[in-house]
Design a protein around this ligand. Sequence first.
Ligand code: PHE
Length: 345
Amino acid sequence: MRERVAQIRHEALTALSQAVDLTALDAVRVAVLGKKGSLTGLLRAMQDVPPEERPAIGALVNEAKAQIEAALDENKARIIGEDRARSAATERVDISLPGRKPPRGSLHPLTETLDEIVSIFERMGFVWEDGPEVETDWHNFGALNFPPDHPARDAQDTFFLENGLLMRTHTSPVQVRVMQRHQPPVRMLAPGWTYRNDAIDATHYPMFSQVEGLLVDKHVTLGDLKGVLKYFVREFYGPETKIRMRPSFFPFTEPSAELDISCFVCHGSGELDHAVCPLCKGTGWKELLGSGMVDPAVFTAVGYDPEEVTGWAFGIGIERVALFRYKVDDIRLFFEGDLRFLRQF
Ligand code: PHE
């Protein structure tokens, strides 16, 4: 019995001192002190010991038990200490390491172009108005003086939806919505997406964006339109830029005019390095936008009195402006989301 106690104690203390983790420690505890543990078994076997020897053997077992428990505590502290030392060595934080910066985004070139156009008109008191991209035929065409079956509708290759609605082909329906909501005077800007069923190529995309401008009040003239557009062009393209207006046609304006600006590559000369200017093809002019005096039929459609008020409107294509501004030669680049392209701005 005495040898057995000594043997169990010796084995337990050796196993504890060699344990590398807390799981191994606990396994030793269960094997020796657990319900079916070796030392526990010895205590149970006490009845086989002659009565006169029992107190001495009992004391021996209890002493062994106390030693093993103390060794358990010591080794637990040892293992925890070793763990801490190991993680302190491997998980050290290098505070001199530069931090990881989250990638910085930038504004899309179309957004940048739009923002700058809008900010120039906002300085003149124009207010940003939104409208739906899915429109009724009446807002996109009818109220804007496109008669049913008129060939002018063909020019706006329209995406018709199954429910009789359509994707707006221009931002002009926002004019209609704003005038229906507000009595004159109106001084608004409507930037937004527009859609046309165009074949995709370097200058056409089925989705593009426009900024619409509308001014309605008493005694508004074509001279006001010219003055406002001239201010805009000089702010955007530089003070030396010249403008000219060419007669044009839109069903919702009469008279209508296309606004040209002097070519910003050859400065209106039509020549670059003794050759024909590649941008304006030698004309010295570049078409910028469509505009005109609001047709009285549009005022009537929205409930304004054309005898009381006059007004004008214009529409600028943002992609066209951005293509020239950033010297990009393919409109598709704006829509592909290719970071190699976008990071250049
Ligand atoms: N809505 C016309 C277009 O998309 C542009 C325009 C707007 C013309 C306002 C005149 C006045 O082509």
